[in-house]
Design a protein around this ligand. Structure first.
Ligand code: FAD
Length: 712
């Protein structure tokens, strides 16, 4: 299509072929979302901009060339997340690839003025990498920032940076477009932090309790629900989440048969680790050691019941209903969310589609205010979603992971219609797990390992719960509910709860302890241990895996995986053992494995398997540390201690022998600590400066010789 260069005016076409409608208040708003957060933030920006008389032309980055041409634009706002090991979201790949082309001239974007909000998680090493590299590339292509980029961190709450950034963005766009600022629009300084006194989810203290408040704009209602009392709907036949594709999915969702679920830790272990073995025969799913699969898990039925009861909808739970858009709604681009089947039941909706455990977003708190009768409740909700109450929101909602059910338990006078929740709750997300087997050894099955997450009642959480997916998987084995009510007062732990059911028939103990997947004898033992042949779980293969071992077996490996982080490393070793067995004459490079746990006798995962790998020379050196055992003061407690002990060898392996490093497990602390330990080791043994070392490790990462598979 041949149309005028929009960069000369802030224009928008009315319809194809017609004269362009020139809007001097228009800007292009682009988002690249993996899980929907960037999209939600972009929509928020659009709403706020509209409220200030601006026009946001909003598109997903995947629409590049179809709906927009970046080189023809004049004023662009980008919101982009980072996934995996610093990669762009799937929806942004085409856009990023286009801009990366070496053939583009350095003035390619000379008419573009832009700003960018990057979303990331500082628990991961390449924080906001996609946003940062995109920003760098835009500058290289002569685009000019009209407002500084923001880097929002999911580890502390995206809103901490995103909210003030957006607040100042609107006047910045207005200024750039040379439109008059209205009285309420003036830039304020970003990121001021204030100290929190005390308070709780329900109660605030001065100055917040006495402040006048600035709250988010109430987003217009746009959905309605009609119950179809005379109709039927077979929810068992509905595709999962309305057939909407899952982010990072590299295969369709398939039902995989669970073959066994084994406890790998002793009953006295602080964390319970389970190994789930599933059959993938006939599913079409294939995998390589180091890959992950995603499990699509439901919400716990007890919580669904509790929520429906709280909403006064228990008797409608299984009545067919039609969800549709209210005619004439003021909501822009209103539509039934793609992951919600327009015709289903409340049971189906809350069990499989919506995440009601996530901390409610401020827009939801704002909406809930409208349905709250008690003035003190309303005021507190107002505070929690206000600009002035940002610290309280973080402390009392986000950090303790308070969900909407907890909130409704506390704010008893709040009675929202179900449509309010459908409009505001996010999609229920699948959980990825790293595979700990080799398909060379087990082509028709795979295993993964996880800790069962325990989230006690208290700090605003009105009941004890387990991690959504880990609790569900554990429950498949024992048939035990993962939900138990808090005692009065809310702070008691689950074990004491009158509702808790702990007799789970746990088959832990010597026979399950330390069993790995390493030997087929052990596999059959596990099968006998627990036979679950009729239990199937929805899974899919994941893309973006960057955690494969090199094809060249002579390259030495340094493997670091404490706790459940050892899982994919076991897959690597199984693969090498298999290749060694088939071709004993092929030379294998050295393999050093650093593993750590709390206690040798309680949570040393895959002990027999790992020791067997040493005996068969698949592992050259096994360095294990125990953080809580009674041992001499100089004994290594963490993987980092063992790394320091063998610092000289590690430097030789990396610098002289070309070793590849694989770090796997906890992103919160471990991955960063391991990184810092490498810096110390290279400083000590090579006398390099911090800058030299970070340059060296940057190079190793680029060469894919330093890889991480980490999660929170
Ligand atoms: P959720 O219901 O998601 O609950 C976990 C969340 O609850 C935490 O993030 C935290 O916000 C909150 N929480 C936890 N404890 C508390 C508390 N005390 N107070 C307040 N809030 C709390 N995990 C593994 O175990 N093994 C693996 O091999 C593995 N591989 C992965 C691979 C990839 C690529 C990725 C991205 C993740 C991987 N994970 C792995 C993590 C896994 O996907 C899940 O996130 C994890 O199992 C928890 O899921 P859940 O649904 O049980 O917990």
């Amino acid at each position: 299509m041949n149309y005028p260069n929009e960069s000369f005016f802030h224009g928008q076409r009315s319809s194809e072929g017609a004269m362009p409608v020139i809007l001097n208040n228009r800007f292009l708003l682009l988002y690249g979302s993996q899980t929907g957060q960037a999209k939600a933030i972009a929509e928020d920006i659009a709403e706020k901009a509209e409220a200030k008389g601006l026009h946001a032309d909003i598109h997903c980055l995947s629409q590049t060339e179809k709906k927009f041409k970046i080189e023809r634009e004049s004023c662009v706002v980008l919101v982009i997340s980072t996934t995996g090991d610093g990669e762009p979201p799937d929806t942004a790949l085409k856009f990023v690839r286009h801009l990366k082309k070496k053939t583009l001239k350095s003035d390619y974007l000379s008419t573009l003025n832009y700003t960018l909000l990057g979303l990331g998680d500082s628990n991961y090493t390449n924080f906001c990498n996609c946003g940062k590299t995109l920003n760098q590339r835009l500058l290289e292509l002569s685009a000019k920032p009209f407002y500084p980029p923001g880097w929002a961190d999911d580890a502390v709450g995206l809103e901490v940076v995103a909210e003030p950034w957006i607040e100042n963005l609107i006047p910045a766009i207005t200024h750039f477009l040379k439109l008059p600022l209205d009285n309420n629009q003036s830039a304020r300084s970003i990121g001021c932090k204030k100290e929190r006194d005390t308070g709780s989810l329900m109660n605030s203290v001065p100055p917040l309790s006495e402040s006048s408040l600035t709250v988010p704009i109430l987003s217009p209602e746009y959905l309605k629900v009609d119950f179809l009392d005379t109709e039927t709907v077979n929810v068992d036949e509905l595709p999962l989440q309305n057939g909407c594709s899952f982010p990072s999915a590299a295969s369709p969702v398939v039902m995989a048969t669970v073959q066994s679920i084994c406890t790998l830790t002793a009953p006295s272990s602080v964390k319970k680790a389970l190994a789930v073995t599933i059959s993938i025969a006939g599913t079409g799913i294939t995998y390589q050691a180091g890959d992950a699969i995603s499990v699509v898990c439901p919400n716990p039925p007890e919580e669904v019941e509790a929520l429906l009861k709280r909403l006064g909808l228990q008797d409608k739970a299984d009545t067919p209903m039609q969800i549709s858009v209210i005619e004439g709604t003021k909501k822009k681009s209103a539509a039934v969310p793609k992951h919600v089947p327009p015709k289903c039941t409340l049971h189906h909706l809350f069990t499989t589609c919506l995440d009601f455990r996530e901390p409610p977003k401020k827009a939801l708190l704002r909406a809930l205010m409208e349905y709250t009768s008690d003035a003190s409740h309303q005021r507190r909700l107002q505070e929690l979603c206000s600009k002035q109450g940002a610290v309280d929101y973080t402390c009392f909602i986000r950090e303790p992971s308070v969900g909407v059910l907890d909130l409704l338990d506390c704010f008893t006078s709040c009675m929202p219609p179900v449509t309010c929740l459908i409009e505001h709750l996010s999609r229920l997300q699948p959980r990825p797990y790293s595979v700990c087997t080799s398909s060379r050894r087990y082509p028709d099955s795979l295993q993964f390992v996880f800790n069962v997450v325990e989230i006690p009642a208290g700090s605003g959480r009105s009941y004890h719960r387990k991690g959504l997916c880990t609790g569900w998987l554990e429950g498949l084995r024992s048939g035990v509910s993962a939900m138990s009510k808090a005692e009065d007062g809310g702070d008691n732990r689950s074990e004491d709860s009158k509702f808790s059911m702990t007799g789970d028939g746990d088959k832990t103990g010597s026979e399950a302890m330390n069993t790995g997947f390493g030997d087929s004898e052990q596999l059959s033992l596990q099968m006998q241990n627990l036979s679950l042949n009729n239990v199937k779980i929805p899974i899919f293969a994941r893309t973006n895996q960057n955690f494969h071992q090199p094809d060249d077996l002579t390259i030495p490996l340094i493997l670091i995986g404490p706790g459940t982080g050892v899982a994919p490393l076991i897959g690597f070793l199984q693969e090498r053992a298999e290749l060694k067995r088939k071709n004993p004459e092929v030379h294998h490079g050295e393999v050093w494995l650093f593993y750590g746990c709390r206690h040798r006798d309680r949570d040393y995962l895959f002990r027999d398997t790992l020791e067997a790998f040493v005996t068969s020379s698949v592992v050259t050196r096994l360095c294990v540390s125990f953080s809580r055992d009674d041992q001499p003061a100089d004994a290594p407690r963490y993987v980092q201690d063992n790394m320091r002990r063998h610092g000289g060898d590690l430097v030789t392996l990396i610098q002289d022998k070309g070793a590849c490093v694989y770090v796997c497990g906890d992103a919160r602390n471990m991955a960063k600590d391991v990184n810092e330990t490498f810096v110390d080791i290279f400083a000590e043994h090579k006398g390099l400066t911090k800058d030299d070392i970070s340059g060296l490790f940057m190079k190793l990462r680029l060469e894919k010789r330093y890889r991480e598979d980490v999660w929170t």
